[in-house]
Write a protein that binds this ligand. Structure first.
Ligand code: PMP
Length: 398
Protein backbone atom coordinates (compact mmCIF):
# COMPACT_ATOMS: atom_id res chain seq x y z
CA UNK A 1 0.00 0.00 0.00
CA UNK A 2 1.24 3.50 -0.78
CA UNK A 3 0.95 5.39 2.49
CA UNK A 4 1.57 8.66 0.76
CA UNK A 5 -1.08 8.47 -1.93
CA UNK A 6 -3.28 10.79 0.13
CA UNK A 7 -0.51 12.63 1.87
CA UNK A 8 -2.13 16.04 2.25
CA UNK A 9 -5.23 16.84 4.22
CA UNK A 10 -8.40 17.97 2.46
CA UNK A 11 -7.96 21.11 4.52
CA UNK A 12 -4.79 22.19 2.70
CA UNK A 13 -5.15 20.45 -0.66
CA UNK A 14 -7.16 23.18 -2.39
CA UNK A 15 -5.89 26.31 -0.69
CA UNK A 16 -4.72 28.70 -3.39
CA UNK A 17 -1.11 29.92 -3.48
CA UNK A 18 -0.49 33.60 -2.94
CA UNK A 19 -0.64 35.11 -6.40
CA UNK A 20 1.17 38.20 -5.16
CA UNK A 21 4.13 36.21 -3.86
CA UNK A 22 4.35 34.54 -7.25
CA UNK A 23 4.31 37.91 -8.97
CA UNK A 24 6.93 39.25 -6.60
CA UNK A 25 9.14 36.29 -7.39
CA UNK A 26 8.77 37.09 -11.09
CA UNK A 27 9.92 40.66 -10.77
CA UNK A 28 13.18 40.38 -8.91
CA UNK A 29 14.70 42.61 -11.56
CA UNK A 30 16.23 45.89 -10.38
CA UNK A 31 15.10 47.76 -13.48
CA UNK A 32 11.45 47.17 -12.66
CA UNK A 33 9.55 49.87 -10.82
CA UNK A 34 7.21 47.86 -8.66
CA UNK A 35 3.82 49.06 -7.46
CA UNK A 36 3.02 45.40 -6.82
CA UNK A 37 4.31 44.76 -3.31
CA UNK A 38 2.65 45.78 -0.10
CA UNK A 39 5.76 46.68 1.80
CA UNK A 40 6.16 49.52 4.30
CA UNK A 41 8.99 51.88 3.38
CA UNK A 42 12.21 50.69 5.08
CA UNK A 43 13.46 54.31 5.30
CA UNK A 44 11.25 54.55 8.39
CA UNK A 45 12.41 51.43 10.20
CA UNK A 46 13.72 52.67 13.56
CA UNK A 47 17.06 50.88 13.30
CA UNK A 48 19.07 52.98 15.75
CA UNK A 49 16.22 53.07 18.26
CA UNK A 50 15.98 49.29 18.04
CA UNK A 51 19.70 48.93 18.61
CA UNK A 52 19.37 50.92 21.81
CA UNK A 53 16.19 49.15 22.91
CA UNK A 54 17.74 45.72 22.30
CA UNK A 55 20.80 46.67 24.32
CA UNK A 56 18.67 47.86 27.19
CA UNK A 57 16.56 44.72 27.17
CA UNK A 58 19.56 42.42 27.07
CA UNK A 59 21.60 44.36 29.61
CA UNK A 60 18.82 45.18 32.10
CA UNK A 61 16.99 41.92 32.12
CA UNK A 62 19.84 39.62 31.48
CA UNK A 63 18.58 36.10 30.77
CA UNK A 64 14.87 36.69 31.32
CA UNK A 65 14.20 38.08 27.84
CA UNK A 66 15.47 34.85 26.30
CA UNK A 67 13.24 32.58 28.39
CA UNK A 68 9.82 31.07 27.52
CA UNK A 69 7.02 33.40 28.43
CA UNK A 70 3.24 33.54 28.85
CA UNK A 71 0.79 32.89 26.00
CA UNK A 72 -1.11 36.19 26.45
CA UNK A 73 1.99 38.27 25.66
CA UNK A 74 4.23 40.65 27.59
CA UNK A 75 2.01 42.69 29.92
CA UNK A 76 3.72 46.10 29.49
CA UNK A 77 3.36 45.73 25.72
CA UNK A 78 -0.35 44.98 26.14
CA UNK A 79 -0.58 48.04 28.39
CA UNK A 80 0.98 50.19 25.66
CA UNK A 81 -1.60 48.89 23.17
CA UNK A 82 -4.51 49.51 25.57
CA UNK A 83 -3.27 53.05 26.25
CA UNK A 84 -3.12 53.80 22.53
CA UNK A 85 -6.71 52.60 22.02
CA UNK A 86 -7.75 55.08 24.73
CA UNK A 87 -5.69 57.98 23.36
CA UNK A 88 -6.43 57.48 19.67
CA UNK A 89 -10.00 56.20 19.67
CA UNK A 90 -11.30 56.81 23.19
CA UNK A 91 -11.79 53.07 23.69
CA UNK A 92 -11.59 51.44 27.11
CA UNK A 93 -9.72 48.22 26.46
CA UNK A 94 -8.23 46.21 29.27
CA UNK A 95 -4.75 44.72 28.70
CA UNK A 96 -6.22 41.41 29.88
CA UNK A 97 -8.45 41.36 26.76
CA UNK A 98 -5.41 41.67 24.48
CA UNK A 99 -3.63 38.62 23.09
CA UNK A 100 -0.28 39.27 21.38
CA UNK A 101 -0.01 37.36 18.11
CA UNK A 102 2.64 36.74 15.51
CA UNK A 103 1.39 39.53 13.23
CA UNK A 104 -2.28 40.12 12.61
CA UNK A 105 -1.98 37.32 10.06
CA UNK A 106 -1.84 34.85 12.94
CA UNK A 107 -4.81 36.67 14.45
CA UNK A 108 -6.86 35.90 11.33
CA UNK A 109 -5.72 32.29 11.33
CA UNK A 110 -6.47 31.74 15.03
CA UNK A 111 -9.92 33.30 14.70
CA UNK A 112 -10.70 31.13 11.69
CA UNK A 113 -9.44 28.08 13.58
CA UNK A 114 -11.63 28.61 16.65
CA UNK A 115 -14.76 29.75 14.79
CA UNK A 116 -15.10 27.99 11.46
CA UNK A 117 -16.51 24.55 10.84
CA UNK A 118 -16.67 23.26 7.30
CA UNK A 119 -19.52 25.03 5.46
CA UNK A 120 -19.96 27.87 7.98
CA UNK A 121 -20.96 31.15 6.40
CA UNK A 122 -18.38 33.95 6.40
CA UNK A 123 -19.22 37.37 5.04
CA UNK A 124 -16.30 39.12 3.36
CA UNK A 125 -15.69 42.25 1.30
CA UNK A 126 -15.33 41.70 -2.43
CA UNK A 127 -12.45 42.34 -3.11
CA UNK A 128 -10.58 41.62 0.12
CA UNK A 129 -7.16 40.84 1.55
CA UNK A 130 -5.77 37.83 -0.26
CA UNK A 131 -4.02 36.16 2.66
CA UNK A 132 -7.20 36.38 4.75
CA UNK A 133 -9.02 34.44 2.04
CA UNK A 134 -6.18 31.91 2.27
CA UNK A 135 -6.36 31.69 6.06
CA UNK A 136 -10.11 31.15 6.11
CA UNK A 137 -10.01 28.78 3.14
CA UNK A 138 -8.05 26.23 5.19
CA UNK A 139 -11.07 25.82 7.49
CA UNK A 140 -13.42 25.36 4.52
CA UNK A 141 -16.11 27.98 5.10
CA UNK A 142 -18.68 29.11 2.61
CA UNK A 143 -17.75 32.68 1.62
CA UNK A 144 -20.41 35.31 1.04
CA UNK A 145 -18.68 38.21 -0.71
CA UNK A 146 -20.27 41.66 -0.58
CA UNK A 147 -19.41 44.35 -3.09
CA UNK A 148 -17.10 46.99 -1.66
CA UNK A 149 -18.09 50.50 -2.74
CA UNK A 150 -16.18 53.75 -2.26
CA UNK A 151 -17.67 54.29 1.21
CA UNK A 152 -17.79 50.67 2.38
CA UNK A 153 -19.65 47.46 1.61
CA UNK A 154 -23.01 47.45 -0.16
CA UNK A 155 -25.55 47.52 2.68
CA UNK A 156 -28.44 45.97 0.73
CA UNK A 157 -26.28 42.96 -0.13
CA UNK A 158 -25.29 42.49 3.51
CA UNK A 159 -28.92 42.75 4.55
CA UNK A 160 -30.04 40.20 1.97
CA UNK A 161 -27.35 37.71 2.89
CA UNK A 162 -28.02 38.06 6.62
CA UNK A 163 -31.76 37.58 6.02
CA UNK A 164 -31.33 34.44 3.95
CA UNK A 165 -28.10 32.72 5.02
CA UNK A 166 -26.62 31.47 8.21
CA UNK A 167 -23.61 33.72 8.76
CA UNK A 168 -21.17 33.17 11.58
CA UNK A 169 -18.83 36.11 11.12
CA UNK A 170 -18.06 39.14 8.99
CA UNK A 171 -14.35 39.67 8.24
CA UNK A 172 -13.94 43.38 7.66
CA UNK A 173 -11.10 45.85 6.95
CA UNK A 174 -12.86 49.17 7.57
CA UNK A 175 -9.85 51.50 7.33
CA UNK A 176 -7.72 52.01 4.18
CA UNK A 177 -8.56 48.54 3.02
CA UNK A 178 -6.15 46.22 1.28
CA UNK A 179 -6.45 46.10 -1.75
CA UNK A 180 -8.66 49.17 -2.42
CA UNK A 181 -7.65 51.87 0.08
CA UNK A 182 -11.38 52.32 0.86
CA UNK A 183 -12.57 53.46 4.32
CA UNK A 184 -16.12 52.83 5.53
CA UNK A 185 -18.22 55.95 6.13
CA UNK A 186 -19.67 56.44 9.62
CA UNK A 187 -23.14 56.04 8.17
CA UNK A 188 -22.31 52.60 6.79
CA UNK A 189 -20.57 51.61 10.03
CA UNK A 190 -23.75 52.35 11.96
CA UNK A 191 -25.92 50.45 9.49
CA UNK A 192 -23.59 47.46 9.52
CA UNK A 193 -23.55 47.42 13.34
CA UNK A 194 -27.35 47.54 13.37
CA UNK A 195 -27.69 44.68 10.88
CA UNK A 196 -25.12 42.47 12.56
CA UNK A 197 -26.76 43.13 15.93
CA UNK A 198 -30.14 42.10 14.56
CA UNK A 199 -28.69 38.77 13.43
CA UNK A 200 -26.21 38.37 16.28
CA UNK A 201 -23.23 37.97 13.93
CA UNK A 202 -19.63 38.28 15.09
CA UNK A 203 -17.59 41.10 13.52
CA UNK A 204 -13.87 40.52 12.96
CA UNK A 205 -12.21 43.88 12.40
CA UNK A 206 -8.76 43.72 10.81
CA UNK A 207 -7.10 47.12 11.14
CA UNK A 208 -3.38 47.10 10.36
CA UNK A 209 -3.53 50.44 8.49
CA UNK A 210 -5.77 52.55 10.76
CA UNK A 211 -2.88 54.59 12.18
CA UNK A 212 -1.50 55.44 8.73
CA UNK A 213 -3.92 58.32 8.14
CA UNK A 214 -2.82 61.29 6.00
CA UNK A 215 -6.09 63.20 6.03
CA UNK A 216 -9.66 63.18 7.35
CA UNK A 217 -11.03 62.43 10.81
CA UNK A 218 -10.76 59.17 12.73
CA UNK A 219 -14.06 57.37 12.04
CA UNK A 220 -16.32 55.77 14.63
CA UNK A 221 -15.03 52.46 15.93
CA UNK A 222 -17.02 49.26 15.65
CA UNK A 223 -15.85 48.60 19.18
CA UNK A 224 -18.10 51.52 20.20
CA UNK A 225 -20.93 50.79 17.80
CA UNK A 226 -21.11 47.04 18.32
CA UNK A 227 -19.00 46.33 21.40
CA UNK A 228 -20.58 43.02 22.41
CA UNK A 229 -19.74 41.17 19.21
CA UNK A 230 -16.66 42.91 17.84
CA UNK A 231 -13.21 41.37 17.80
CA UNK A 232 -10.38 43.75 16.91
CA UNK A 233 -7.09 42.87 15.27
CA UNK A 234 -4.12 45.22 15.19
CA UNK A 235 -0.49 45.17 14.12
CA UNK A 236 2.84 46.97 14.49
CA UNK A 237 3.83 45.89 10.96
CA UNK A 238 2.92 49.14 9.24
CA UNK A 239 3.88 51.49 12.07
CA UNK A 240 7.12 49.97 13.41
CA UNK A 241 8.36 46.94 11.48
CA UNK A 242 6.74 43.96 9.74
CA UNK A 243 9.77 41.77 10.42
CA UNK A 244 9.03 41.92 14.16
CA UNK A 245 5.84 39.96 13.44
CA UNK A 246 3.90 41.61 16.25
CA UNK A 247 0.16 41.94 16.16
CA UNK A 248 -2.71 41.49 18.58
CA UNK A 249 -6.33 40.52 19.05
CA UNK A 250 -8.81 42.21 21.38
CA UNK A 251 -11.55 39.76 22.27
CA UNK A 252 -14.20 39.27 24.93
CA UNK A 253 -13.44 36.56 27.54
CA UNK A 254 -15.19 33.53 25.99
CA UNK A 255 -13.52 34.12 22.63
CA UNK A 256 -10.20 35.01 24.29
CA UNK A 257 -10.14 31.70 26.13
CA UNK A 258 -10.44 29.71 22.91
CA UNK A 259 -7.88 31.89 21.15
CA UNK A 260 -5.54 31.32 24.06
CA UNK A 261 -5.84 27.55 23.67
CA UNK A 262 -5.40 27.73 19.89
CA UNK A 263 -2.39 30.01 20.30
CA UNK A 264 -0.79 27.62 22.79
CA UNK A 265 -1.33 24.72 20.43
CA UNK A 266 0.14 26.75 17.59
CA UNK A 267 3.30 28.33 19.02
CA UNK A 268 3.04 28.63 22.85
CA UNK A 269 3.57 32.38 22.64
CA UNK A 270 4.74 35.12 20.28
CA UNK A 271 8.49 35.77 20.08
CA UNK A 272 9.21 37.13 23.55
CA UNK A 273 12.48 38.92 22.80
CA UNK A 274 10.83 41.01 20.07
CA UNK A 275 7.92 41.81 22.37
CA UNK A 276 10.40 43.07 24.96
CA UNK A 277 12.33 45.15 22.44
CA UNK A 278 9.22 46.76 20.95
CA UNK A 279 7.86 47.45 24.43
CA UNK A 280 11.18 49.11 25.36
CA UNK A 281 11.05 51.12 22.13
CA UNK A 282 7.56 52.31 23.10
CA UNK A 283 8.76 53.20 26.63
CA UNK A 284 11.54 55.38 25.25
CA UNK A 285 10.02 56.96 22.13
CA UNK A 286 6.91 58.73 21.02
CA UNK A 287 5.21 56.40 18.53
CA UNK A 288 2.95 59.19 17.28
CA UNK A 289 5.94 61.25 16.21
CA UNK A 290 7.30 58.24 14.37
CA UNK A 291 3.92 57.56 12.70
CA UNK A 292 3.67 61.29 11.85
CA UNK A 293 6.81 61.01 9.71
CA UNK A 294 5.47 57.94 7.93
CA UNK A 295 2.07 59.44 7.19
CA UNK A 296 3.53 62.71 5.95
CA UNK A 297 5.74 60.81 3.53
CA UNK A 298 3.09 58.30 2.38
CA UNK A 299 0.59 61.13 1.92
CA UNK A 300 2.96 62.81 -0.52
CA UNK A 301 3.57 59.52 -2.32
CA UNK A 302 -0.16 58.99 -2.65
CA UNK A 303 -0.62 62.53 -4.06
CA UNK A 304 2.24 61.98 -6.52
CA UNK A 305 0.72 58.71 -7.70
CA UNK A 306 -2.80 60.11 -8.09
CA UNK A 307 -1.54 63.12 -9.97
CA UNK A 308 0.62 60.95 -12.28
CA UNK A 309 -2.38 58.69 -12.90
CA UNK A 310 -4.50 61.70 -13.88
CA UNK A 311 -1.76 63.13 -16.07
CA UNK A 312 -0.53 60.05 -17.90
CA UNK A 313 -3.23 57.35 -17.85
CA UNK A 314 -6.37 57.46 -20.03
CA UNK A 315 -9.34 59.46 -18.70
CA UNK A 316 -11.55 56.41 -18.26
CA UNK A 317 -9.28 55.03 -15.50
CA UNK A 318 -11.08 55.44 -12.17
CA UNK A 319 -9.18 55.48 -8.92
CA UNK A 320 -10.05 55.33 -5.25
CA UNK A 321 -8.94 58.31 -3.15
CA UNK A 322 -7.45 56.79 -0.01
CA UNK A 323 -7.13 58.93 3.11
CA UNK A 324 -4.46 56.60 4.43
CA UNK A 325 -2.80 53.23 4.10
CA UNK A 326 -0.63 52.04 1.24
CA UNK A 327 -2.83 51.28 -1.78
CA UNK A 328 -4.79 52.86 -4.62
CA UNK A 329 -7.26 50.77 -6.60
CA UNK A 330 -7.81 51.40 -10.28
CA UNK A 331 -10.79 50.37 -12.37
CA UNK A 332 -10.48 50.27 -16.15
CA UNK A 333 -13.28 50.00 -18.69
CA UNK A 334 -15.41 46.92 -18.25
CA UNK A 335 -14.14 45.16 -21.40
CA UNK A 336 -10.49 45.46 -20.31
CA UNK A 337 -8.30 42.85 -18.67
CA UNK A 338 -5.67 43.96 -16.14
CA UNK A 339 -3.86 40.63 -16.51
CA UNK A 340 -3.21 41.40 -20.17
CA UNK A 341 -2.06 44.88 -19.17
CA UNK A 342 0.20 43.32 -16.53
CA UNK A 343 2.13 41.34 -19.16
CA UNK A 344 2.67 44.47 -21.24
CA UNK A 345 3.64 46.40 -18.09
CA UNK A 346 6.35 43.89 -17.21
CA UNK A 347 7.80 44.37 -20.70
CA UNK A 348 7.89 48.11 -19.92
CA UNK A 349 9.60 47.40 -16.57
CA UNK A 350 6.74 48.37 -14.30
CA UNK A 351 4.61 46.08 -12.10
CA UNK A 352 1.28 46.18 -10.26
CA UNK A 353 -1.10 43.50 -9.02
CA UNK A 354 -4.06 42.65 -11.26
CA UNK A 355 -7.23 42.83 -9.16
CA UNK A 356 -8.70 39.43 -10.00
CA UNK A 357 -7.15 37.32 -7.18
CA UNK A 358 -8.62 39.63 -4.53
CA UNK A 359 -12.16 38.64 -5.49
CA UNK A 360 -13.83 35.48 -4.25
CA UNK A 361 -16.72 35.91 -6.65
CA UNK A 362 -17.82 38.23 -9.47
CA UNK A 363 -14.17 38.75 -10.29
CA UNK A 364 -13.59 42.12 -11.88
CA UNK A 365 -10.82 41.56 -14.39
CA UNK A 366 -10.65 45.29 -15.14
CA UNK A 367 -9.19 46.24 -11.74
CA UNK A 368 -5.67 46.62 -10.37
CA UNK A 369 -3.89 47.43 -7.09
CA UNK A 370 -1.15 50.04 -6.95
CA UNK A 371 1.15 50.35 -3.92
CA UNK A 372 2.67 53.77 -3.27
CA UNK A 373 4.45 53.36 0.07
CA UNK A 374 7.65 51.80 -1.15
CA UNK A 375 8.55 53.70 -4.33
CA UNK A 376 10.35 57.10 -4.28
CA UNK A 377 8.37 60.01 -5.72
CA UNK A 378 10.40 60.44 -8.94
CA UNK A 379 10.06 56.74 -9.62
CA UNK A 380 6.32 56.90 -9.05
CA UNK A 381 6.03 59.37 -11.92
CA UNK A 382 8.39 57.38 -14.15
CA UNK A 383 6.54 54.13 -13.27
CA UNK A 384 3.15 55.59 -14.19
CA UNK A 385 4.61 56.87 -17.48
CA UNK A 386 5.78 53.33 -18.23
CA UNK A 387 2.33 52.08 -17.34
CA UNK A 388 0.85 54.54 -19.84
CA UNK A 389 3.07 52.93 -22.50
CA UNK A 390 1.73 49.51 -21.50
CA UNK A 391 -1.85 50.84 -21.89
CA UNK A 392 -0.94 51.94 -25.42
CA UNK A 393 0.72 48.65 -26.24
CA UNK A 394 -2.44 46.65 -25.52
CA UNK A 395 -4.67 49.25 -27.19
CA UNK A 396 -6.22 50.44 -23.92
CA UNK A 397 -5.36 54.08 -24.58
CA UNK A 398 -8.63 55.06 -26.25
N1 PMP B 1 -4.46 42.24 7.30
C1 PMP B 1 -4.32 43.02 6.21
C2 PMP B 1 -5.53 43.68 5.65
C3 PMP B 1 -3.05 43.19 5.64
O1 PMP B 1 -2.94 43.95 4.54
C4 PMP B 1 -1.94 42.55 6.21
C5 PMP B 1 -0.54 42.69 5.66
N2 PMP B 1 -0.36 42.92 4.36
C6 PMP B 1 -2.15 41.74 7.33
C7 PMP B 1 -3.42 41.62 7.86
C8 PMP B 1 -1.04 40.98 7.99
O2 PMP B 1 -0.17 41.82 8.59
P1 PMP B 1 0.84 41.37 9.74
O3 PMP B 1 0.68 39.90 9.92
O4 PMP B 1 2.18 41.74 9.27
O5 PMP B 1 0.40 42.12 10.95
Amino acid sequence: MNNQSNLFSDRIANVPKSFIREILALIQNDDIISFAGGLPNPAFFPVEEFRQASNKVLIDCNTDALQYSITEGYLPLREHIAKRYKEKQGLDISPKDILITSGSQQGIDLLAKILINQGDGVLIENPTYLAAIQSFFVYQPEFFPVELENDGPNIEEIEKILETKNIKAFYSIPNFQNPTGVTYSNEKRRKIAELLRKHNVLLLVDDPYGDIRFEGDVPESFKDLYAENTVLMGSFSKTISPGCRLGWIVARPDIYEKLYIAKQASDLHTNYLTQRIVSQFLDDHNLDEHIGKITEFYGKQKDAMLSAIRTYLPDFVESTLPEGGMFIWLTLREDMDAMKLFKAAIEEDVAFVPGEPFFVDNKKKNTMRMNFSNVPEEKIVEGVKRLARAFEKVGYNK
